[in-house]
Ligand binder design. Structure first.
Ligand code: ADP
Ligand code: SF4
Length: 686
């Protein structure tokens, strides 16, 4: 198909100093969990994005010196020449498709605690970066940099830039954002210096200017020099002769970098979850930059709509459309627009599971794109599939995320697929969860898969079809996949985390009851030890309906695991706004229909809350009856010509949507493929 001329502007080349981006699709630096120890995994992950049409593909943070050591969080390095080859694999993979490769040279300053290198962290004035992220906290405070330290930093940046050039990068970054060292110099709260690098805004900008200059000197006319800068805090500070200090900083550096890469300051605002922020949420902070520089500007905002992208360019907000999450969810986003297939874009849902992978210290995972991080490891290409090895026809029972993904992937391979679900609509858990506050965007998981399935002649869809064992035996399929999901239980746990049995008495509910339309009588207590989004979202949903809803958790925060997805502070805010009191570090030990007894998880001290309805959001169990019943009919299965019965997704092991999608995808990729000794290829440092 031909490209819609409306989107032609997105395919114009853009000059970035001495190099030219072939189009306006720019994969900005983003964490991938792929350190120099995973050079093949990293090269393929980035190379596939270039193949998918991203005109520029960047690394994540690349440390320039052991004094910038973020361990145990993953980061790459260019500390000496031995690091060059690992990066050259990536630049080759990107160049193979005609794209430019960018490198985010990085010094974390007081943000990094140098747990491995054991060097004292460096900072402008010895001020620690007081992270509210408990997992990143340490108890080593940074030291102040003296004049010699500043000269060392400039030398490290220059050496990093030279090595980056040798590794084949086309764009080399100075990174002054997100709390990292050059950013700390920009802010008076962290920079108390009385020398030429502190005080006035001109002095606070000096280090960034010098970093840009040494980078330019190092790369000459071979590479573009980019400045990545966070502007949220500076935009909130009134300027002397300008609307804000952000305006002053941009004006002072205006045309020194070849490219401005502008962003927010903290992970929850920079990489805002869709639950609390919409596409283009950075615009109010960064919309002025182009008025103060003649150099191109790139920014992000979870852009997946080509019309929104065109509007950003035409309204003079951005020159290059930055994408991190949209490029993970669909590495082929630009190609699809280019080929008039924009309706096929697998849009990012803004769940931030990708960020959680970095917080977990592992290679990136994505809810929408199960091939992310698996391009080399499992040889999963996002758009290419092994052809079928037989004329098998596969029945999939259950059309939630696992069943839908399994069906799409088997169908793309060319197998005959039948997908049945008891419910009138496909989507499984998403039918309910997308109606919870802020979660509508997650419906893209089922929308994309259903639109793919509906286009394919080798797919039969049967909604409203509850299947039992005898139905399945009579349907004449050669293989059966069970994707019937999981159920929430009323299980409670002891302080030692032992399951102590289900609280199966009247007025105790689970999310399945709320999904089925039960509106519990108030006062309601929502008791959470699942710790992801479900309990917080249910409390937020019930509060206006019921009036008196209290949230109780065994953890130290509401929806504690959402710390991993940048949602935690916003969950607390949302519960506050909904008037839901939060009780942390409490376990429910008894409920009598009038009150609930809570016990402090550490001291055991008890308290009671008025409660007529208790919603337990804790443990899930696979809905495995159908699978187990089928396996009991071995002779009948054989007689019916059913060669295999396999469980996937939550009906195998309950998890988040990302796990269900991966499980469904993996089954489809490995279906009738030769067995492998290990589930994936192992990568090794060069
Ligand atoms: P997952 O996350 O693993 O995809 P979900 O719970 O989201 O699981 O989806 C499971 C789906 O399976 C639900 O839509 C449910 O209606 C469907 N289902 C469960 N049992 C049957 C059955 N016997 N026949 C058809 N569909 C079923
Ligand atoms: Fe988007 Fe979620 Fe995938 Fe991240 S994990 S890229 S937020 S869909």
């Amino acid at each position: 198909m031909a490209r819609n001329p409306r989107f032609n502007i997105l395919f114009e080349p853009v000059r970035i100093g001495p190099v030219t981006a072939p189009n306006r699709f720019y994969q900005v630096p983003h964490a991938s969990g792929m350190t120099n120890a995973l050079p093949q995994v990293r090269a393929k992950f980035r190379g596939v994005k270039a193949e998918g049409g991203w005109g520029v593909v960047c690394t994540g943070a690349v440390s320039i010196h052991p004094s910038s050591d973020d361990s145990p969080l993953p980061f790459a390095s260019l500390w000496d020449d031995k690091d060059i080859r690992a990066h050259a694999l990536m630049t080759d993979a990107v160049h193979e498709h005609g794209s430019l490769a960018g490198v985010e040279l990085w010094h974390g300053g007081a943000c990094t605690l140098n747990r491995t290198s054991r060097l004292a962290p460096i900072s402008p004035s010895g001020m620690p970066w007081l992270s509210t992220h408990l997992g990143f906290m340490g108890n080593l405070r940074p030291r102040s940099m003296d004049a010699a330290d500043i000269q060392d930093l400039l030398k490290w940046q220059a050496a990093g830039a030279r090595r980056a050039m040798q590794a084949g990068f086309d764009i080399v970054y100075v990174y002054a954002g997100m709390g990292y060292l050059p950013y700390e110099f920009l802010l008076p709260e962290y920079n108390h210096r009385t020398d030429a690098y502190g005080g006035s805004i001109e002095n606070r900008v000096r280090l960034v200017r010098e970093l840009l200059e040494v980078t330019r000197d190092a790369v000459g006319d071979k590479c573009g020099v980019a400045l990545r800068i966070s502007l949220e805090e500076l935009r909130g500070k009134p300027g002397r002769d300008a609307p804000s200090e952000a305006h002053e900083v941009v004006a002072l550096l205006a045309d020194i970098p070849d490219l401005w890469d502008v962003k927010m300051d903290s992970s929850p605002t920079d990489c805002a979850p869709s639950r609390f922020a919409s596409e283009g949420s950075h615009e109010p902070v960064i919309n002025f930059v182009k008025s103060l520089t003649t150099k191109p500007v790139v920014g992000v905002g979870r852009f997946t709509s080509p019309d929104v992208m065109v509007s950003q360019v035409k309204r003079g907000i951005l020159d290059l459309i930055g994408g991190a999450r949209p490029s993970i969810a669909d590495p082929f986003l630009p190609r699809k627009i280019d080929e008039g297939r924009e309706h096929e874009i697998r849009e990012c849902i803004g769940c931030n599971i990708c960020i959680s992978s970095w917080h977990d210290g592992v290679p990136v995972r994505c809810t929408q794109n199960p091939t992310a991080g698996e391009e080399w490891r499992r040889d999963w290409h996002p758009e290419r599939f092994a052809p079928p090895t037989s004329d098998a026809n596969v029945l999939i029972v259950g059309g939630g995320p696992a069943g839908l993904e399994c069906a799409v992937t088997l169908a793309r391979r060319g197998y005959q697929v039948t997908l049945a679900d008891a419910a009138k609509e496909f989507g499984g858990r998403l039918r309910f969860e997308t109606r919870l506050p802020g979660l509508a965007t997650w419906g893209r998981v089922s929308d994309w898969r259903l639109s793919q399935l509906r286009e394919r002649p080798n797919v039969n869809l049967y909604p409203g079809s509850e299947l039992g064992v005898d139905d399945i035996l009579g349907l004449e399929h050669s293989h059966v996949v069970i994707a019937t999901g999981a159920r929430w239980t009323k299980m409670l746990f002891s302080t030692l985390e032992f399951p102590v049995g289900e609280l199966d008495i009247p007025c105790v509910y689970t999310p399945d009851d709320i999904a089925a339309g039960v509106v519990p009588r108030g006062p309601v207590v929502v008791f959470d030890f699942d710790n992801y989004y479900m309990a917080g979202a249910i409390a937020e949903q019930l509060a206006p309906q019921v009036g008196d809803v209290t949230y109780v958790t065994t953890a130290g925060n509401a929806s504690a695991w959402t710390f991993m997805t940048n949602e935690l502070p916003l969950v607390h805010r949302a519960l506050g706004n909904a008037g839901v009191p939060i009780h942390t570090l409490q376990r429910v030990t008894a409920f009598d229909g009038e009150s609930v007894t809570l016990s402090d998880v550490y001291s055991g001290a008890e308290k009671r809350l008025p409660c007529r309805s208790l919603v337990i959001v804790g443990m899930r169990k696979p809905r495995a009856e159908l699978h187990d019943a089928l396996l009991h009919r071995a002779a009948d299965l054989q007689a019916a010509g059913i060669g295999s019965v396999t469980r996937i997704g939550d009906s195998l092991a309950p998890g988040a949507i990302v796990h269900a999608v991966h499980s469904g995808h993996r089954f489809a990729r490995e279906f009738q493929a030769p067995p492998q000794e290990l589930p994936y290829n192992r990568d090794f440092p060069i």
